[in-house]
Design a protein around this ligand. Structure first.
Ligand code: HEM
Length: 528
């Protein structure tokens, strides 16, 4: 007969043998790391709830060196060599089951969440039609329109009296998310969400950028939970419906919003003449070369639409607000960039996609430096090692090991950057005067992780770079910008965790994508 003391005894034996195995006999037993992380994934889970896994990882790298064991089965790295070994085209890895936890149900798998390499490759090939040079050229006109309007609003709204006075304070996190969300809506669906318009627009849309954050806050800890495998097994067995029922109202609001937009677009598309050449219509009319039939049904379209909105909004938004933070905290850089932009163009209207914009090398270097020091994906993109194992930074790891490169720790690696907490765009430009060589820059670029690389790299990279270039160049051409005097939102402070003390480092939270506050800035028309 099974007794309570028997159950407790069996449990105790299981726990003790697991501990002994994980610490002494596990294939990763020799990899350094925090003691509790070797035993269980609770520390990683705990930090996912706190939103500071990237800082915890940074602390671990300071203590244990270039790799550490983050869970019994996970090894994280921060060196460029390891990054290249994990994410290159031929690496013997695939996306880990972390990605299986994100879809709402089995029909909600999109390009990003597909973990089967063959399915992922098929989906990626199909969705790539939305990111050709031609699509981006078409998108550029639309992006320019949004950013021109945003630039007007940055200064105009808020009751500024004369052109020489500073505007009302602007929280650049919110302003950046509203801009990127409006652009994502227009690019993906041809819909004007108008969240950047303070006085007009549908208030339900204005909630959505913060609903996306609620969604990530809700789901990210699930993906890092010690019960992830159980969660994935239970999802098609009723857990998905339970999670949806338990989701905060804002999250359900986001799902309703997305379904509404997709439904509307499907109805518009039924009569063909309603189809606009937005990303949605490209996908809706795509054919699968293998079957000759429509590539996407309504479930696939909903799933990919979710990806286009999420991937396009807070990533670019985080980078944009970070750029304003660093420009306001490093006046030398600000002056040099303003000089480049104001000297290159002779009117704000001239600032658009093209060779002149591309000739602004300092602007491009500022973007690269921002994505290094404030990566929109602050933690690792987990990959699982496949049969035969993988060699990472000279060490062999067996099949089944979860590996990843930590974005924040990579960008804040003193051994690579020397002055990693200084915002110094010059490190990305070869120049005799500064002593930076072509080889130095090539070396840094090999370790540049923001858009990932290899088979799963970001498809929206060129769109994002264009958005960032325009959303900095246009305002800076016509306006001066400053921090609201005395306002420190977004800065590090001594009362925070080790690794978050520097006032001149923009503080991110980690929910897979970066969350953040501020900087709070003001604009005024520049003289001349
Ligand atoms: C600064 C802005 C951006 C950054 C830093 C960024 C970064 C990334 C990263 C790191 C990944 C890989 C994620 C993973 O493996 O878990 C990714 C994937 C992706 N991104 Fe971006 N992204 C940005 C903007 C955009 C934009 C504007 C779009 C399009 C509207 C976009 C579309 C995608 C897509 C479709 C994927 C999935 C690729 C695949 O799985 O094959 N991204 N992005």
């Amino acid at each position: 007969m099974i007794t309570i003391s028997g159950i407790i005894g069996a449990l105790a034996i299981y726990v003790v043998t697991t501990i002994i195995y994980n610490v002494f006999f596990h294939p990763l037993a020799t990899v350094p790391g925090p003691f509790f992380a070797k035993l269980t994934s609770w520390p990683s889970f705990y930090h996912s709830l706190k939103g500071d896994r990237h800082i915890w990882q940074w602390q671990c790298f300071q203590l244990y060196g270039d790799r550490f064991r983050a869970t019994p089965n996970t090894v994280l790295f921060r060196k460029p060599e390891a990054y290249n070994d994990i994410y290159n085209q031929k690496a013997n890895v695939k996306k880990s089951n972390y990605y299986d936890a994100w879809p709402r149900n089995l029909r909600d798998v999109n390009t990003l969440s597909a973990t089967d390499p063959a399915l992922h490759a098929k989906k990626r090939k199909l969705i790539s039609i939305a990111f050709t040079d031609q699509s981006i050229k078409g998108a550029a006109v639309l992006i320019q329109g949004h950013i021109t309007r945003w630039t007007e609003l940055l200064f105009e709204n808020g009751g500024t009296k004369t052109e020489s006075t500073w505007s009302e304070p602007r929280d650049m996190s919110k302003w950046a998310d509203n801009l990127t969300f409006d652009i994502a809506g227009d690019l993906a669906f041809g819909v004007q969400f108008q969240t950047k318009e303070p006085k007009t627009g549908d208030s339900r849309f204005k909630e959505i950028p913060s609903s996306i954050i609620q969604l990530m806050t809700f789901l990210y800890p699930v993906t890092k939970s010690p019960f992830l495998s159980l969660v994935i097994w239970l999802k098609p067995r009723g857990l998905s419906s339970f999670l949806e029922a338990m989701a905060p109202p804002q999250v359900r609001g986001y799902y309703d919003f997305l379904e509404g937009v997709v439904q509307k677009r499907l109805q518009e598309g039924s009569g063909e003449k309603g189809l606009r050449k937005d990303l949605f219509s490209l996908l809706a009319s795509a054919t699968d070369p293998a079957t000759g039939k429509r590539a996407y049904d309504s479930h696939d379209l909903l799933a990919e639409s979710h990806l286009l909105v999420i991937a396009g909004t807070h990533t670019t938004g985080a980078a944009l607000s970070a750029m304003y933070f660093y420009l306001c905290h490093f006046p030398r850089v600000y002056d040099k960039l303003a000089k480049e932009i104001r000297g290159t163009f002779s009117s704000e209207e001239e600032i658009k996609q093209g060779t002149t914009l591309l000739s602004c090398t300092y602007l491009r270097a500022c973007i690269e430096e921002t994505l290094r020091i404030a990566p929109p994906g602050p933690s690792e993109l987990p990959r699982v090692v496949l049969k035969g194992g993988a060699v990472i930074d000279g060490e062999h790891y067996p099949e089944g090991t979860i590996v990843g490169n930590s974005g924040w720790s990579n960008g804040h690696n003193e051994e690579v950057y020397g002055d990693s907490e200084i915002y110094r765009p010059e490190r990305w430009i070869p120049c005799e005067e500064t002593g930076v060589t072509e080889a130095d820059v090539a070396q840094l670029k090999r370790g540049f992780t923001a858009f990932s690389k290899g088979p799963d790299s970001c498809l929206g990279r060129d769109l994002a770079l264009l958005e960032l270039s325009l959303a900095v160049a246009k305002p800076l051409y016509s306006m001066d910008v400053r921090l609201v005097p005395g306002n420190r939102v977004g800065e590090g402070e001594a009362s925070r965790e080790w690794g978050q003390w520097n006032r001149n480092v923009y503080q991110l939270g980690d929910l897979y994508m970066a969350i953040r506050d501020g900087p709070i800035v003001q604009f005024r028309k520049r003289a001349g």
